[in-house]
Design a protein. Structure first.
Length: 304
């Protein structure tokens, strides 16, 4: 019985003009689809609820914080937005935005420039002690930032760079972010060395190979590093708190603290509104580049 069935299937497969029997499609039951949809809706609601609460709370008067536990405000108002637009401490809000944007943009440029150069050196240039230097760089990931705070502050203070953007920007151009260097090294190592050899035959050196061959191929990784560098710099609080003392140099994270420290009572309405306004650029930046972030993470384990 089995042999006859196999012969019929074989004859059907090799006989021209006779199509193979259609494959049986497994249909998901309606209740299973509804259950999965319900689970996804619940998870989405849980994830988005803090953002929705933050946005709705920007319309609450300061007196309702603590007395109105509900989501919707009882007396909606836009006074919080007007207060935030005026600024604080004699500094307009746009100045805080500008400072954060400058720091985040320079962090992205410095990180991509220095980390890509260091990654190319570790992945493509054979020099004495490359394994030791690479291991030492990875070891810095285990070193807490708090350990080097005092030496770094003393160094920048002796150089007269305190209360400037230099202590927050200069390290980005020196490949101090080992995470980004490690990420780019893995991408560069996946590129076949035949590309480098072909470029060398055409007379290209390391600079030309790096700029014309390697950089275009690791574009997803560069965009991934840019996204993380921008978000981390935009949300950085400890660094500006240590090195910046003038209110006109404060970025947004430090400016948010002023709404709670200027008086004995905290202005919760202005704090929530300023937090939401500060979140909008990061949210837009992530939405625009999320496709590249997914591509960068998805191609990390692929071989060239």
């Amino acid at each position: 019985m089995t042999s006859s069935t196999d012969s019929q299937v074989l004859d059907t497969a090799i006989t021209p003009g006779i199509s193979a029997p259609p494959k049986r499609r497994v249909k998901r039951k309606t209740w299973q689809t509804a259950l999965w949809l319900l689970v996804l809706l619940v998870l989405t609601a849980v994830v988005l609820y803090p953002l929705v609460w933050l946005f709705v709370s920007t319309f609450k008067p300061n007196s309702e914080f603590g007395s109105n536990p509900g989501l919707l405000p009882e007396s909606p108002t836009i006074a919080n937005y007007l207060k935030v637009a005026e600024g604080i401490g004699g500094v307009p809000m746009w100045r805080f935005f500008l400072n954060s944007f400058i720091l985040a943009s320079l962090a992205v440029v410095g990180t991509l420039f220095s980390a890509s150069l260091a990654a190319y050196a570790f992945a493509r240039i054979q020099f004495r002690g490359v394994a030791i230097f690479f291991t030492a760089m990875i070891g810095t990931l285990l070193l807490p930032f708090h350990v080097v705070i005092i030496p770094q502050y003393i160094l920048f203070n002796n150089l007269g760079m305190v209360d400037t953007f230099w202590p927050l920007v200069l390290p980005k151009f020196l490949a101090t972010e080992a995470f980004f260097v490690f990420l780019l090294v893995q991408f560069v190592r996946q590129m076949p060395r035949e590309l480098d050899e072909a470029a060398r035959i055409d007379g290209a050196g390391h600079a030309r190979i790096f700029w014309s061959v390697i950089l275009p191929l690791i574009k997803p990784a560069l965009i991934t590093c840019a996204i993380f560098a921008f978000i981390w710099s935009w949300n950085d609080f400890l660094g500006p708190l240590l090195y910046l003392t003038s209110p006109e140099n404060y970025p947004l994270p430090i400016a948010l603290r002023l709404y709670n420290d200027q008086t004995s009572t905290s202005d919760y309405g202005a704090t929530v509104t300023a937090s939401f306004v500060a979140l909008v650029p990061v949210l837009i930046f992530f939405i625009v580049f999320q496709r590249f972030l997914v591509d960068g993470v998805a191609t990390q384990g692929l071989k060239g």
